[in-house]
Design a protein around this ligand. Structure first.
Ligand code: FES
Length: 272
């Protein structure tokens, strides 16, 4: 039986038996014809292919901003993938409208990625929105057409709008037209999603991949045709997370950069 990858794609449940090593960017544009997600560098450096990835954590969905050009399809199992098409509503969202009002669309090519980064920031923000936070959120989005002054004005506007909210809930974000109403039911839909564990234990994999942000830049075509074992799906505890004991910090090989950068012990140690 061919393993299937099942996930929520915007407001629709999807199962695919495409190669788990296919990039999400190629899947979106070539299979789903969702071409609002743009192709730029294919190296994780420009942000034109930015999407949101939500994972069920207890009763809530934890959303992250990710670049789809370095994301394998295997990572979508049981999750919510949100593209620019998935936040569209009958009118422009607050973020889209602000970008239009402040003349921040630039050439337009990179705008969907910027909209997704800003939307993801508001969706994921654990504290109130701040200008620094917004600058940080846009730091992975490039556009060489013009300057960033208009984007800074968008940021200031969003801070005025959301800066006093302690923690924006999904209901708040729906009420403010940042995201569409269907987000409300995503936790329930994800918990009901029928997923199987991916056949990760192919007898003799050609490649072992943990994250893949280097190898996808260098050899994405090779990976697509290879038997890949995705270590992210392994349950080897030593490879997961960061733990501190005595005078040592243990960093598992599957730790992501953002987990590293936001871990309290690491921040404490590096004095940031
Ligand atoms: Fe540039 Fe993905 S295409 S970051």
């Amino acid at each position: 039986m061919v393993a299937q990858i099942c996930f929520l794609l915007n407001n629709r449940e999807v199962c695919t038996s495409q190669a788990p090593s296919t990039t999400v960017l190629d899947y979106l544009r070539q299979t789903e014809k969702l071409i609002g997600t743009k192709v730029g560098c294919r190296e994780g450096g420009c942000g034109s292919c930015t999407v949101l990835l939500g994972e069920l954590k207890g009763e809530f969905v934890d959303y992250k901003v990710v670049v789809s050009c370095l994301l394998p399809l295997a990572e979508l199992q049981g999750k919510h993938l949100v593209t620019i098409e998935g936040i569209n509503q009958s009118q422009l969202t607050v973020v889209q409208q602000a970008i239009a009002d402040f003349g921040a669309t630039q050439c337009g090519f990179f705008t969907p990625g910027m909209v997704m980064s800003l939307t993801g920031y508001l969706l994921a923000s654990k504290t109130e929105a701040s200008e620094d936070g917004i600058k940080q959120a846009l730091s992975g989005n490039l556009c060489r057409c013009t300057g960033y002054a208009s984007l800074k004005r968008v940021g200031s506007f969003l801070v005025k709008l959301f800066g006093n909210s302690k923690k924006l809930t999904i209901a708040d974000l729906i009420a403010h037209k940042v995201i569409p109403k269907y987000f409300q039911n995503v936790p329930l839909r994800l918990s009901n999603l029928a997923t199987t564990t991916l056949e990760n234990g192919k007898a003799t994999p050609d490649l072992l991949i943990a994250g893949g942000t280097d190898i996808y830049v260098e050899q994405s075509d090779v990976i697509r045709d290879s038997k890949v074992l995705f270590l992210n799906h392994s349950s080897i505890p030593e490879m997961q997370g960061i733990s501190c004991y005595e005078n040592q910090i243990h960093i598992g090989a599957l730790t992501t950069f953002s987990e590293f950068a936001t871990h309290p012990e690491i921040i404490n140690l590096l004095g940031r």
